[in-house]
Design a protein around this ligand. Structure first.
Ligand SMILES: C[S@@+](CC[C@H](N)C(=O)[O-])C[C@H]1O[C@@H](n2cnc3c(N)ncnc32)[C@H](O)[C@@H]1O
Length: 510
């Protein structure tokens, strides 16, 4: 294994593999919604029509493969310079029988100028999650050249990064963790452990730069959960550097990209995240980049998920509302479980029952188009499809569908079983994963435990919550295992109908 300073890594952690995970913000359907909320044309995506999707820094490829398994007509490509990641991605693809995804081992610093890049098709969507603010200047420049060469006109890009000024109070924490870690150990996960010891010692000593900081708390929570591999990739890279939105926008303008929206949908609604006075200041500016700076100064936003279009085309309000009206939504929880409050920077905000009550009730019967929901009898107002989509999808209680679910197809189920075999461990049951679905355009986000339970249901004649709990919790006490069994039983009752309905799971056996 190469150490953290291995030459080919250029200062990026290369000695331990990154964790699998699914981030629904990278889904083309979700990005399409973000574009519409930003008032620009989104993607032209239809059931069974081809789409070319490219993920840069794809890690072990779980997200790219979940999209490929859910959309057999799409062509999915993942690029990463870690041979361990690419090998893992290719193995999972082979085990799941996925033929519409490929994985390329390449360094993004120079890939754009290579023959292999020439051979790639133009992409409709290019995403990079957890890459931009962790890699060096030459890698960022290579990414911009690749976006310039490979994102088609009108194509959509997604870039996430650690953001300033949100990170400014904790820049010292990262530096301390890395410098102390490097002096205390060799392998990067052990460096995290060594660095944390010093961070904790200085917290106890009342170090000014570490006190009362939410990001320090978050770091300690990750440590308590034992997420050393995540922490190594998050904090131990030489080029780690949070960025201002305006600087990312300027860098990506070299690839003719226009910033259009946040993929964190609720962030596109200023009244939800800013008070009246801050909004009055923001209203003085027409420039969207300046308006974002006002937002970033006013709220604690440490991580940004930005959506760009190569050649944004503005929509009139009527065109945007008509396009949003065509979106089909599926409810991800039962009406009884629906949460009528949402987290916003200012605290908790209520979701208006008078408007959303009938909509949620209608969605509980099955997916509906937004225009049909707005035509329901008894709604107090009908004029804001953006709010409807933003609140339901932005709170994670609904998701957009490309088409109504098809007959279950074996691509999705085979992928779900293979992923469960590879990734489920007793200590990672809360990791954010996804179940590939059948022809609906997007996988269903879920915790790792759901992946395990769905795969067990696929494999077994009848549910066995107690047996499954003991498989997962062999080192737990009997009482803890019983609690897990009860939780699995509830999960099956509440979630399995949705899994079957989205084609994540075969229909009930007769
Ligand atoms: C933090 S991980 C994120 C992985 C994945 N996108 C996710 O969110 O699960 C960053 C990934 O970028 C890859 N990477 C870093 N520098 C790279 C480079 N110069 N060229 C290609 N891949 C790179 C790493 O190997 C790693 O898999």
């Amino acid at each position: 294994m190469n150490g953290p300073g291995a030459e080919w890594g250029g200062g990026y952690v290369t000695d331990i593999a990154y964790l699998p995970g699914y981030y629904h913000h990278q889904s083309p359907l979700h990005l399409h919604l973000a574009c519409l909320l930003g008032g620009v044309s989104g993607l032209v995506i239809a059931p069974k029509s081809p789409l070319s999707y490219l993920e840069l820094g794809c890690g072990c490829g779980f997200g790219a493969l979940a999209l490929a398994a859910s959309n057999p007509a799409w062509q999915v490509t993942g690029i990463d310079f870690s041979p361990a990641h690419i090998a893992a991605a290719r193995e999972l693809a082979a085990e799941a029988g996925i033929s519409n995804a490929r994985f390329i081992e390449a360094d993004l610093a120079d890939f754009a100028d290579s023959d292999r890049a020439d051979a790639l098709p133009e992409a409709d969507v290019i995403t990079l999650h957890g890459l931009w603010s962790w890699v060096s200047e030459p890698v960022r420049a290579g990414i911009v050249r690749l976006l310039d060469r490979k994102l088609r006109p009108g194509g959509v890009a997604y870039v996430s990064y650690n953001a300033l000024p949100g990170w400014q109070q904790a820049i010292g924490m990262q530096r301390l963790l890395r410098e102390a870690g490097q002096r205390g150990a060799m392998r990067s996960d052990r460096q995290v452990e060594a660095g944390i010891e010093i961070v904790r010692a200085l917290i106890e000593a009342g170090a000014h730069q570490l006190s009362g900081n939410q990001l320090v708390q978050t770091l300690l929570e990750h440590v308590d959960r034992g997420q050393l591999s995540y922490l190594a990739h998050e904090y131990m890279n030489a080029a780690w550097r949070p960025c201002f939105h305006a600087d990312v926008v300027r860098d990506l303008a070299a690839a003719k990209l226009d910033w259009v929206a946040s993929a964190e949908l609720l962030e596109n609604f200023s009244p939800l995240i800013l008070g009246d006075q801050a909004r009055a200041v923001m209203a003085r500016f027409e420039d969207p980049v300046m308006r974002e700076l006002v937002k970033d100064m006013s709220v604690s936003r440490c991580f940004r998920r930005d959506v760009f279009v190569r050649g944004a085309r503005r929509l009139s309000d009527a065109e945007r509302d008509a396009a949003l009206g065509e979106v089909t939504l599926a409810l991800l929880r039962s009406e009884a479980e629906f949460t009528w409050e949402m987290d916003v920077p200012a605290g908790r905000a209520a979701i208006e029952r008078g408007f959303f009550g009938p909509i949620v009730a209608a969605l509980a019967d099955g997916p509906r188009r937004v225009c049909d929901l707005l035509a329901l009898p008894g709604l107090p107002r009908r004029d804001n499809p953006g709010e409807l989509v933003g609140v339901l999808v932005g709170t994670g209680q609904a998701m957009p569908l490309l088409a109504s679910p098809r007959e279950p197809d074996t691509h999705a189920q085979r992928f779900n079983s293979a992923a469960a075999r590879r990734f489920v461990k007793p200590d990672n049951l809360n990791t954010g994963m996804a179940l590939a679905s059948s022809g609906t355009g997007a996988p269903l986000p879920c915790p790792m435990l759901d992946l395990f339970v769905a795969a067990r249901m696929q494999a077994c004649e009848r549910p066995d919550p107690e047996g499954w709990a003991s498989m997962l919790g062999s080192n737990q006490s009997p009482a803890e295992q019983q609690r897990l069994a009860a939780f699995i039983e509830r999960l099956i009752a509440e979630r399995a109908p949705l899994w079957r309905w989205l084609g994540c799971l075969a229909p009930n056996r007769p």
